[in-house]
Design a protein around this ligand. Sequence first.
Ligand code: 13P
Length: 338
Amino acid sequence: MSSTKLNSIAQAMVAPNKGILAADESTPTIAKRFKDIDTESTEANRQTYRNMLFTSPDASDHISGVILFDETIRQTNNEGVPFPEYLASLGIVPGIKVDKGAKELAACPGETVTEGLDGLRERLNEYYDLGARFAKWRAVITIGDGIPSDACISVNAHALARYSALVQASGMVPIVEPEVLMDGDHTIDTCFEVTAKVLDVVFSELDNQKVVLNGIILKPNMVISGTDASNRADVATVARATVDCLTSHVPNEVPGIAFLSGGQSSEEATAHLSAMNELGPHPWQLSFSYGRALQASPLRVWNGNEKNIEAAQTEFLKRSRLNGLARTGNYDPQMESA
Ligand code: 13P
């Protein structure tokens, strides 16, 4: 695959005023989300829910791509059109989560390594045939007492680069996601330090394994205080720290950075993105690839009830539109109640 083709997919994923919907929750994770609304996690209910999101009127005004799960990429909309084909017909790039999850890292208590490299080449070929044009792999880094260890950062970065090289060879764009978790009472300065180190090791591995940087999308955490920190940093501080960290540790050739929301409230995730874009222009597009921050409120409105589908789609569209505005720094919290 030529780097020009990869770059044009990457550019479409971070098109202006739009962002990516991460709807790739694994079966156990979506079951947890459904449990919160007392809804059984059956295959039919999962199809109903994802169909509701993807067929929201005007979704493509603000959504550039959707990350699917293995089950979903094989499902159809209510008219029998396969989801990837349906999304592509709207100009939304279909993508696929390909990692097999974060597993305990031997000899490193409290840390994980993401698995899924064995057989990946064959799975990628199948996903390409099913219509996927990008892939996602999430590595998880935890901040705690004496962690992250160098070993944890190194094995996860190595796996991200192995995955990325294979994804590019199969004609798709890798989303490179090294997530430094928000869990804990650490300060924003600690998050900055760890995020900077992780990014350095990840880009060094990508370079070493000949990954073409203009054909990836980086999906990082924001530089933010731990969830349980006292005196959590405010929106302006998070925006400044995140932009400073990325400016010093992400090469300019990377076409786009699409943040994860990582447990921030929907409103916080939108406000942070908007504040960062206000600090622009930046060498890369600064966009979103949110799961919870796009889905939490529509999920609540839906509540597992057919009758609420239209209202839930309206809510999904609202979150997508507000994040779309945040792409140019034009979000204002007052728009939440408008
Ligand atoms: P959150 O936005 O809920 O963190 O999910 C994004 C994602 O895809 C995590 O891998």
